[in-house]
Design a protein around this ligand. Structure first.
Ligand code: SME
Length: 153
């Protein structure tokens, strides 16, 4: 998999939510250790994340306050967060009882943290540097193509 899939997503879909969903679906379908894939974006005025697109089981955590869970921590830190064993994390929000590991990579526009991609895996220790690199590249393409004014967050 390469970030070309994200370029293709924005070429094929004029609706940006559908483009994000395309990316989520492609990642989940093509990478065995990706069991849930979602894009959260920072709310325009409030300190919370909004789920905009996902692939996998629906979650009730469609809004996450900054600071809460792995996602909320990345909203504040702006750093990649790889969790090899979610059960060992105290500040963690369970979306599925099957999830064993998680990887969250922030999205930056001109250096500003504006959202993130969140991957859950049913396998422990599922993620490597390769996943971090792939998702960072995908997020760069998302950052180039996304229009926050019309994303409704
Ligand atoms: N586990 C995340 C919440 C989002 S779900 O994984 C979809 C967290 O701790 O922030």
């Amino acid at each position: 998999m390469t970030a070309d899939l994200a370029r293709k997503a924005f070429e094929k879909n004029t609706d940006q939510r559908q483009a994000l969903e395309f990316i989520c679906n492609e990642l989940k379908e093509n990478l065995d250790h990706y069991d849930w894939v979602g894009f959260y974006f920072h709310h325009r005025t409030e300190a919370k994340l909004i789920l905009k697109a996902f692939a996998g089981e629906p979650t009730e955590h469609t809004e996450i306050p900054f600071g809460k869970g792995i996602c909320g921590q990345v909203a504040e830190s702006g750093e990649n967060f790889r969790v090899d064993d979610v059960n060992a994390q105290e500040n963690y929000i369970a979306c599925s009882l099957f999830t064993k590991s998680e990887l969250v990579i922030p999205i930056f526009i001109y250096g500003k943290n504006i959202g993130q991609i969140d991957i859950d895996s049913h396998q422990k220790d599922a993620f490597s540097r390769d996943d971090e690199a792939l998702l960072k590249d995908i997020n760069a393409v998302v950052a180039e193509n996304i229009k926050l004014e019309t994303l409704n967050v």
